[in-house]
Design a protein. Sequence first.
Length: 340
Amino acid sequence: MNNRRIAAVVVGGALVTGMLSIGVGSAIAASPRATCSVQVDNHWPSYAQGRPAGIDPHTTSATYMWHDSSNWHIRVTHRTNNLRSFSGQLVTAGTFAAVHAVHLEKSDQFQVSKDKHTITFFFKNYGSIDGVDFATHCAPSIQFALQSDGHTSPGSKIVIGQGATHPSSDPFEIDRVPNATTTTTMPVTTTTTACQGVTDDPWPPWVQNRPPVDPNLTSTIFMWHSDGWHIRVTHHGTNLQSFSGQLTTAGSFTQTHAVNLEKSDEFVVSPDKHGISFLFKNYGSNDGLDFHTTCAPSISFTFQSDGQPSAPANIVIGSGGVHPTTNPFEVTRTSSGPTP
């Protein structure tokens, strides 16, 4: 086993528990240059190449990842048939493409951000093998943040490539090896310091104040702004129902915390603070999430119920009970209503 030092990613957000997360692609986060015409990136470092040996749910518990001629692969597994969760957030200044899950089950979820700069996944694993495959375009590097049962995965439980390299930390970054035969200009990451805000206000009137949160309603997501943002999920009855969501912004999410967090509920803030993701297992009570934003011109929301896109009629915004026309949707600080 190799314990290779791989560049660490600085975690600027609160990695609270391990659900999916999303890092946005915006002018603030990543600016791919129009001169990049690469269709599929190759020339990733040699230590990332080739499938690791021993991916066996009967003998091992780890997150495996590798690159080969058919692009990138991530697999998770653990011994025995008891439930464990594995989650991860992948961010690049390029774009992700051809993303698909392997052995996706009802409780497993993954998401590619609208700008294709981020992949997030959450797998409930009972001892089998779950995973995700993907390619990259114009990506100078990929940042990885991986969790197991809501906690940061130790480097010894992350296996990279046929040579079984371990990162020295988690999160970590893998840089692509430049292709000497091409003159393609690679994307760059840029940061702005123009915004010096502490918290964003105001948001538009139609998102203000708490709507009646009624657990007798079926599969409903409530959201509103009042001294920060608030999301609550609930459904009628005592049977299990899952609610998940991905929030992205070109600004930053701050002061994020869960409400009525239980053992099976999980959420995470992306390392760059541009994304929040959550998964709540709900038995008829109220679960939720509160947060503030800084320097955010808008927030994009994507919600799911039992792994399927939530119906707009089951998303209630503000005390006026506004419904978005689509899901996903966006709320801007100057809008008169949710936009697709």
